[in-house]
Design a protein around this ligand. Structure first.
Ligand code: SAH
Ligand code: F3S
Length: 477
């Protein structure tokens, strides 16, 4: 059985709700699939539509407008969403006034094809076009289909204050960049989310401050590649002609942004995701070391342990450079947890390449991991130029090998906390028992412990007495 820290693709979408308001408003049912960025985007969409009088509802059957924020990262994700659309369709047959819209990456990838293929869909909106939703929804209400999938070089929704959906009131996402310029050959994201843009740091700090004022205790700064964050006044940084031009401006990079946030909100726990090995700088590691409130956890996807495959994937570093970075992290941040994303069975992957992945995992002994079998995505450089030639059976076997190894390493890392006292931010009840709290330590390990007189959002010291590969088990000290 896969441990909890291993994402499996069967994970369902999340229906997102917030507090109910007046009864004469229109009702929005919004569901989100895929990454944290999508969840945050759904919060932006809910905020934009709240201005138009939409309140969210947890009941699909009651909705005037149903929106699904979609994911294209693997074929299976798209299939799950297609099935979900069938469910909406059945409800729409009973309630023909209900309108259905698709948002996010599938909307961007399929564009008008979506309207042709799925007749129940009224609305198709790409990730950079959510500001147009009020107009598009009006068109739909007038009985027309509506679509906007224009990608932007500027849009960051910096001034939109997200409506927090399904929130535990403790942790929230704050997006700092949108899009991705990296062009990993397997990845659809650069096509569905467009060019990379950084958000104005002032608006990031304002949002973080606002969250603190509302009682939130932890934020996660989000981007496809946070280390590439660079603010010098807006637009695409790659439009600047050269590095010296950037240096002449009062640019703010990710290390600066982290320090600003950590200084202005000294009690807020700060996390970030995702780091890309090619862009992660030593400065970021030193910033993490300087501030206790920056959590000691780095999600550092590598995808494969084979330099040859890294090249085919167009990742901009070798195995050796990645190992150097891992060594630096251990040197500067000895107690830092590290996690990976891995893809098995990418085009041309041999048994030797796979062994390189296993041996890299043995070297790093990741705390957590998110592992996938390669899924060809139409339009990507790999789909155009390479053959998806590793048979499914082999992909599956390699995947289970790395999942098993990750589980062993997860347990090894968790065991290191046994006997230690760690600081836990309480997020809510434990899944298994209401008599226990669940929270996380700085390294993002989940801990459970018996309830005393603490409350959600408290930071407490917990002595760890036992663990599984996914959970620390302790008591309050
Ligand atoms: N930089 C991004 C990566 C987004 S995709 C981030 O913020 O996490 C998340 C992970 O999905 C990737 O790291 C990769 O491991 C996996 N992935 C992407 N495209 C894939 C594909 N075509 N097949 C299988 N896995 C894929
Ligand atoms: Fe995808 Fe590579 Fe960007 S995995 S999101 S193209 S860093």
């Amino acid at each position: 059985m896969a441990s909890e820290n291993i994402i499996e693709e069967k994970k369902q979408g999340q229906a997102l709700i917030t507090e109910q308001k007046g009864s004469n408003s229109k009702l929005l049912y919004i569901e989100s699939f895929g990454c944290q960025m999508n969840l945050n985007d759904s919060e932006i969409v809910a905020s934009i539509l709240a201005e138009e009088g939409f309140n969210t509802t947890p009941h699909l059957e009651d909705a005037d407008l149903v929106l699904v924020n979609t994911c294209s990262i693997r074929e299976k994700a798209e299939q799950t969403i297609r099935k979900r659309l069938q469910k909406y369709n059945r409800v729409k047959r009973i309630n023909p006034n209900m309108k259905i819209g698709v948002l996010g990456c599938m909307a961007e990838r399929l564009k008008t094809k979506f309207l042709e293929e799925e007749k129940m869909i009224d609305l198709v909106v790409g990730p950079d076009a959510y500001r147009d939703l009020p107009n598009l929804v009006k068109e739909v209400e007038n009985g027309k289909d509506a679509i906007n999938v224009i990608l932007s070089k500027e849009e960051t929704y910096g001034d939109v204050s997200p409506v927090r959906l399904n929130s535990n009131g403790v942790s929230a996402f704050v997006s700092i960049t949108r899009g991705c310029d990296n062009m990993c050959t397997f990845c659809v994201v650069p096509f569905t989310r467009g060019r990379e843009r950084s958000r104005d740091p002032q608006s990031i700090i304002k949002e973080a401050q606002d969250l603190w004022d509302k009682g939130y205790k932890e934020i996660t700064l989000l981007g496809q590649n946070v280390d590439s964050y660079l603010w010098y006044g807006g637009g695409l940084k790659k439009d600047l002609k050269n590095a010296s031009e950037i240096a002449q401006t009062t640019a703010i990079d990710f290390a600066n942004l982290l320090e600003m946030t950590a200084t202005i909100l000294p009690k807020m726990r700060i996390r970030f995701a995702t780091s890309n090995p090619q862009d992660m700088s030593v400065d970021v590691l030193y910033s993490m070391a300087r501030y206790d409130n920056i959590c000691k956890y780095i999600h550092l996807p590598v995808q494969t342990g084979s330099t040859r495959m890294l090249g085919r994937m167009n990742r901009q570093h070798t195995r050796e450079e990645y190992i150097e970075l891992i060594d630096k992290i251990h040197e500067i941040l000895p107690d830092c947890a590290i996690s990976q994303d891995m893809i098995v069975g990418f085009c041309g992957e041999t048994e030797d390449d796979h062994k390189d992945t296993l041996s890299l995992m043995e070297y790093v002994k990741y705390d957590f991991g998110f592992m996938f079998a390669y899924s060809e995505r139409p339009g990507t450089p790999a789909a155009k130029r390479m053959e998806d030639d590793v048979p499914l059976e082999i992909k599956k076997r390699r995947l289970s090998e790395i999942i098993n190894l990750q589980q062993k390493h997860g347990l090894y890392r968790m065991q290191k906390f046994v006997g230690k006292t760690v600081e836990i931010l309480i997020e809510g009840n434990s899944k298994k028992s209401d008599a226990q709290w669940m929270g996380r330590n700085s390294q993002n390990a989940v801990a459970v412990f018996p309830k005393g007189n603490e409350k959600i959002g408290d930071l407490v010291m917990v002595k760890i007495e036992d663990c599984t590969s996914a959970t620390l088990i302790g008591t309050r000290v």
